[in-house]
Design a protein around this ligand. Structure first.
Ligand SMILES: [Zn+2]
Length: 58
């Protein structure tokens, strides 16, 4: 959809293509480029559109 806003994606230790996460939003099949996690907890992953939902996990 609207792709005009480009935010820097967080860098993770794995090289591109190794980690593959799917957005946790119900029914959303997109690749999740944003991970949200508290220390010692499993991260939650969301796509660009739904990344605001991940902030609830912080
Ligand atoms: Zn999504």
């Amino acid at each position: 959809m609207s792709d005009e806003i480009r935010l820097p994606k967080p860098e993770y230790a794995s090289p591109p293509g190794v980690q593959h996460h799917v957005c946790e939003h119900d029914g959303c099949p997109k690749d999740a480029g944003w991970g949200f996690a508290k220390p010692k907890q499993a991260p939650h992953w969301f796509c660009f559109e739904h990344r605001c939902e991940g902030e609830k996990f912080l």
